[in-house]
Design a protein around this ligand. Sequence first.
Ligand code: HSE
Length: 432
Amino acid sequence: MKNYVYIGLLGLGTVGSGVVQLINDHQEELVHQVGCNVKVKSILVRELEKERNIQIGETYLTTDPNEVLRDPEIDIIVEVIGGIEETKKYIIEALEAKKHVVTANKDLIALYGPELQKMALDNQCDLFYEASVAGGIPILRGLADGFVSDRIQKLMGIVNGTTNYILTKMDEDGFSYEQALKEAQELGFAESDPTADVEGLDAARKMAILARLAFLTEVNLEDVEVSGISKVAVEDLNYGKKLGYTMKLIGLANFENQQLEVSVQPTFLSKSHPLASVKNEYNAIYVNGEAVGETMFYGPGAGSLPTATAIMSDVVAIMKNMRLQVNGNSFVGPRFERVLKSPDQRFGQYYFRLHLKDEVGAFSKITNLFNKLDISFEKILQTPLSKEDLAEIIIVTHKVSLEQFQTALMELSDLPVIKNVISYYRVEGDGK
Ligand code: HSE
């Protein structure tokens, strides 16, 4: 093994700076693990002259990607610039030049992970992406290595810190969605354009990556059904509290009889569910395996140094593989054919908020409909509304299929006694 392993870094933003700092500050730990020094040799940046709060010593800064990607001394490329198409080209170039690649880029891996993984394998290179999901939480290695002998059946994740922060503020401090988003932006959790976070796309990308590793099946980004939190009202959160729930943006992935379901949606969780205690910008992934039972991984889902620890775990894994000369077997490939569950094979409980005419026999129309559809009520709340002779009704069903739920939703909207179906959410019990 050489005395030094050289890294080429693509990007010196928040995460890139964290990588440089961690390598500087924790060199002894790295040497202990891998038996040689690790050094960032050069960094691709957008501007050479920008003022930075990081000591880069002799590291060479360049705006020319080729100076990093084609440097024969560099063994490992760490990509933290983000973006998709141009970055994909850089990664392909690196793999073709027989360099191992570490990336934090969930957008890229969600879309092109399997293709890039194959290319890495063909070039006998490693491609790792631990930092792409839930920042500092070592969940990908947990799934790929920790649970290697188990069969994972269900995975639920709070994998977006921005939305978890917003929902916590709405739930605990009574903020409106807009107030909570503004505060998240002021504190730097939310981007100035928060669309990908609040509409669930960021979480969907992470769930596609998680589900591939958990269930060893192909998962396309389009397989993930997504709805975000921008329409969530404080009124629903208040009803949720009365019923013993808290609301979270939950990524749900289920695998039964080799059939798959993946979704991201605002979900009422029972307060006794392990994920219910995950607050503010924190992330957590709850994994239920046939042998291991319930587990939960908790921690920071973003941030400079937490994300850098995930990146360095990949770098160390690559260096250990280099020593053993076994690069090119990164994580695990698919084992099962991709088969999606149909709506009659997907089950859950549902919450409805309805405005109903406050008149004799109105509620029985709902009861009749639910009887007809074989849907049983678990909880019911009714509050008279002062105007328009309406009552506000909250219904939580027992477990039903998605097909039953969708039919109920359609037929409820058509009932003359129903003025409006105001909202509906999935409900999760205590996790078992
Ligand atoms: N924007 C993400 C979040 C962090 O709010 O969790 C990066 O994936």
